[in-house]
Design a protein around this ligand. Structure first.
Ligand code: MOS
Length: 755
């Protein structure tokens, strides 16, 4: 069961639409099948490409035998590295907006096999069935099949500091104070290793690209992506086309969570085939092929904590060693959260990566934080147990009024209220201290809690607003809606700023012909694109007001803009209803057919300087563990979130619930099993790769905590896409310990861990 959300009454409003739990404006299109996804766009003569994936992880290709495949009816071509057209090679051109340091993988580059599942050929045919059948007939001979290097735990000592690898990664600072000494003399200590499994992206919509070859030789690409603008730049560079010869569209995206941040190989292959064959081509990855790229990296962590008798931390050590590929150095912020969250006079943080013969890991919802918070929040629970202290009390004793790493104050931080409100809804004051202290029938009951933290980011974004003679407002930005509710909240912002009904506003996104926007990621879309939309609409208001002042006998002639209101599609003066003029009237009288404003908005770095910007959450979970069967059920969970202004409690709650479900999934179900001999993820299907079903999800509750922030951005928005998953696995692991007395320090926790 999923409970109704707890709607706070204080939700701040820009106007009548923001702060309301409105339905998705694209909901009807989605449930009636009118919303078309990347693989659903069609044109007569479309060809279908199917990828042939490598069965080995490390080898050289000796030969291809494509004769049988080519002889199949309907097969048009089989592309391999031997006959592929020229692509930009061995150059910076393969870099995309989310590229780690290194040399990005290039499909069909040469005879080297770098990872299991690598695309080695593309079969193109007049039907999907023919292509799929022919793909099974392609025979590949390998030379020099080598043992892949796959054992992270045996190579922990070989980990290398990645340096400043990519935007968003903060290399941990050197040690502060004397962490080892302080640990030795501490009253209580925790010293433990934690492991987080690899997980693979499995959005509902598998990765797909439909590339239409236009008469003039340009490409129109329907893509499953979080960032059409980045994909356009990437594709044009790789294919050697001018940017205006490639248009990328992603009007609907069936889940992404990071899987669509980087352009993947199917896109390159589809576009390459379309250009070469001068035909339209679609490539869709199979569910099994979804396990051939981009996973949350398998990560080992060590945490040591030392505390005084009262719980105050005197030493904090957090190290991580994560896998990466041999060709790219993927890295995420895993360890820095600990010191940010818990200011400590002596700390040491370290993050290293070990290259293995696997594909490069990829950002997955709250990359780094999911991993790091599992370790630190488990360790805090262990420390509380050592101290005989309530785990929540331990967090409060170490509460960071300032960012423990930078010493900066937070622009806002209502984490304490998150703890209090979530604990209150959960009933935490009833908690019993001893593990194995409560039973219900054959089941042991346990309660656990954890903290979540994520950056509140804003990046440059553009938007355009156009007001038409009939009173319609068209707003546009080349962002995407990956299921987050972007269509809806942007419409709400525009409607409120312009004083219009939702019905008279249309928001367009997911098209490179629209004003440039960043990829949707990092939970920064509403702060970034929303700010641009607000600014564009503010510009329209200025224009409208000036036009109205110029009208003959204008009631606004001697007024300032602060005196007028924009409401119900009219410009008015409070207290003078007779003076009101509809926007349409103003445009018509002044002979303007459309009023337009396009802006690019940057984060206000001057205002933000000297502050730490973050969202926070508190997660409380109850589990029941069957002692005889070892089965674990998360019977209820409460998450309280402080994320600045909440534009739409319904879509926001949906983001939080999605995160909580994923957190349960990471805690108890998901694991990509790497066969260490073969270097191959062997449970590459949704039968063997476990995800929760409806019966695994019980009572989930979301609480939004009021948080006003005038520094992050003019809308006071911090973003919600990722915070919901962070800390959940730790809360569950802590609850499992409380229920059973058994501390499990790896994810997922499975029944055999408890038997
Ligand atoms: Mo997110 S992992 O930035 O889509």
């Amino acid at each position: 069961m999923i409970s109704l959300p707890h709607f706070p009454e204080h939700l701040q409003k820009l106007g009548p639409h923001t702060g309301k739990p409105l339905d998705r404006v694209d909901g009807l299109a989605k449930v009636t099948g009118k919303a078309l996804y990347a693989a659903e766009h069609h044109r007569p003569g479309l060809l279908y490409g199917v990828v042939v994936s490598s069965s080995v992880a490390r080898a050289r290709i000796r030969s291809f035998d494509t004769a049988d495949a080519l002889a199949e009816a309907g097969v048009v071509q089989v592309f391999t590295h031997q006959n592929r057209p020229k692509l930009a090679s061995r150059s910076k051109k393969w870099r995309d907006q989310d590229t780690p340091k290194g040399s990005p993988f290039r499909p069909l580059e040469d005879d080297r096999v770098l990872f299991s599942g690598q695309p080695l050929a593309l079969v193109v045919a007049t039907s999907f069935e023919a292509a799929r059948h022919a793909a099974a007939l392609v025979r590949i001979e390998f030379d020099e099949i080598e043992q892949p290097e796959t054992r992270l735990l045996e190579r922990l000592g070989q980990g290398k500091a990645p340096g400043r690898a990519k935007g968003g990664f903060t290399p941990p600072p050197g040690p502060h104070g004397h962490p080892q000494q302080a640990l030795k003399s501490a009253f209580a200590r925790v010293n433990a290793d934690y492991l987080v499994s690899a997980e693979h992206h499995n959005p509902m919509e598998p990765h797909a690209a439909t590339v239409f070859y236009e008469e003039d030789g340009s490409l129109t690409v329907y893509s499953k992506t979080q960032g059409p603008v980045g994909e356009q730049a990437f594709l044009s560079a790789v294919l050697g086309l001018k940017k205006d010869r490639v248009r990328v569209l992603a009007p609907f995206v069936g889940g992404a969570f990071g899987s669509g941040l980087r352009p993947q190989y199917h896109l390159v292959l589809a576009a390459m085939a379309a250009l070469e064959l001068k035909r339209s081509v679609r490539v869709v990855l199979s569910r099994q092929q979804m396990f051939t790229f981009g996973h949350r990296p398998y990560t080992w962590q060590h945490v040591a904590l030392g505390a005084e008798r009262d719980g105050k931390l005197v030493s904090l050590v957090h190290e991580a060693v994560a896998e990466t590929s041999k060709f790219e150095s993927y890295v995420e912020n895993v360890v820095t959260w600990s010191a940010r969250l818990y200011p400590c006079p002596n700390y040491s943080l370290n993050h290293r990566v070990v290259p293995l013969d696997v594909y490069t890991p990829l950002d997955m919802r709250a990359p780094g934080a999911v991993t790091g918070l599992f370790a630190i929040e488990s360790a805090m629970d262990e420390l509380a147990h050592e101290l005989g202290m309530d785990p929540l009390q331990l967090r409060l004793v170490n509460y960071g009024e300032k960012d423990g790493l930078t010493g900066h104050p937070y622009s806002s931080k209502e984490l304490r209220a998150c703890y209090q409100q979530a604990a209150g809804r959960f009933g935490w004051e009833q908690r019993w201290s001893e593990p194995r202290g409560r039973r219900e029938g054959s089941k042991l009951v346990g309660w656990g809690m954890a903290t979540g933290v994520w950056d509140a980011m804003q990046v440059p974004a553009s938007a355009r607003a156009r007001l038409h003679l009939d009173g319609r407002l068209e707003v546009a930005s080349a962002t995407t809606d990956i299921g987050t509710g972007t269509y809806t909240v942007m419409t709400q912002i525009a409607a409120d700023v312009m004083g219009l009904s939702l019905e008279s506003v249309e928001f367009k996104l997911g098209d490179t012909s629209l004003p440039e926007a960043p990829l949707q990621g990092g939970s920064f879309t509403v702060a970034s694109v929303g700010s641009a939309i607000k600014a564009a609409c503010d510009g329209l208001r200025d224009q409208l007001f000036k036009l109205a002042q110029k009208m003959p006998n204008s009631p606004f002639y001697a007024r300032s803009q602060a005196e007028v209101e924009f409401r119900d599609g009219r410009l008015g003066l409070p207290g003078h209803p007779e003076a009101a003029l509809s926007y349409a009237q103003i445009l018509r009288q002044q002979g303007v057919s459309v009023l337009e404003e396009e802006v690019k908005v940057l984060p206000n770095l001057l205002k933000q300087r000297g502050y730490s910007l973050a969202t926070h959450s508190a997660v409380f979970a109850e589990v029941q563990v069957d002692e005889e069967l070892g089965t674990i059920e998360v019977t209820r969970m409460v998450t309280a979130v402080a994320a600045g202004r909440i534009l739409n409690p319904k879509t926001s709650r949906n983001q939080l619930l999605g995160g909580m479900v994923w957190g349960i999934s990471s805690a108890l179900h998901e694991k990509s099993e790497l066969d260490l001999e073969l270097g191959r993820f062997i449970n590459h299907n949704l039968a063997e790769y476990h995800i929760p079903v409806q019966a695994d999800i019980r009572h989930l509750e979301v609480v939004f905590v009021e948080e006003q922030d005038e520094i992050v951005n003019p809308l006071g928005i911090k973003g919600l896409g990722e915070i919901g998953v962070i800390g959940v696995a730790a809360a569950i692991a802590n609850a499992v310990f409380h229920a059973t007395g058994r501390r499990v320090r790896h994810l997922p926790i499975r029944l055999d861990d408890l038997l």
